[in-house]
Design a protein. Sequence first.
Length: 236
Amino acid sequence: MLSHYGLLVLILIAGVVYSVSTRKLTPLAAFTGAVVACLVFAGAGYTGVTMMTSFFILGSAATSWQKHQKQSFANPEEHQGGRSATQVLANAGVGAIAGLLVLVFPVYTSLWIWMMAAGFASATADTLSSELGTVYGRRFFNIITLKPDQRGFDGVISLEGTLIGVAGSCVIALVYAIGFGWSSSLIWIVIAGTIGNLTDSVLGALLERRGYLSNNAVNFLNTLIAALTVLLIYLI
């Protein structure tokens, strides 16, 4: 048992050191991420931590990819020197809440973990679609009006970016399936992740662009909606 948790401690220390040394996260954000990872681990074990790590690695790689090309139209709140603790909670907070729910209401463990996976699927889809879609997208349009719009603006999507986001959700769903078994839950995680990603764009166009919501609030809401999507499926 000691070695079981010892491995987790090593993973967390390595993650904190790497994140801070490479300036991916601020020191406070790295500590916050470690706390979130502990809650995720408490709920879903190493599979949960792997889902969170997959999101972080893919998101960091996508953010760094063609960074200079994206600077002219990137959201400065998303591309500052190191991601803040608030940004960590915005993207992984739903996963932490799900882990906490496992501890409080263990009878619904499978549901909470399913919701956790949906949240990480949405966070991954959102990050990959926005970061890589702006690079590889060909035609950009406003998700509300469906009219051509400027890439990089809130609420603007492309077909290429959306498909990349779906691929990101598939990665999280695959990790979930390897850890908890292959079932229809795999498909619903991808669907929920995609719904969350598109919801992010809708909120961006309607509220964030007008200053009613911050980028962090939109990110948290898209992961929450993804989690609530699988909750609705469970209830039905």
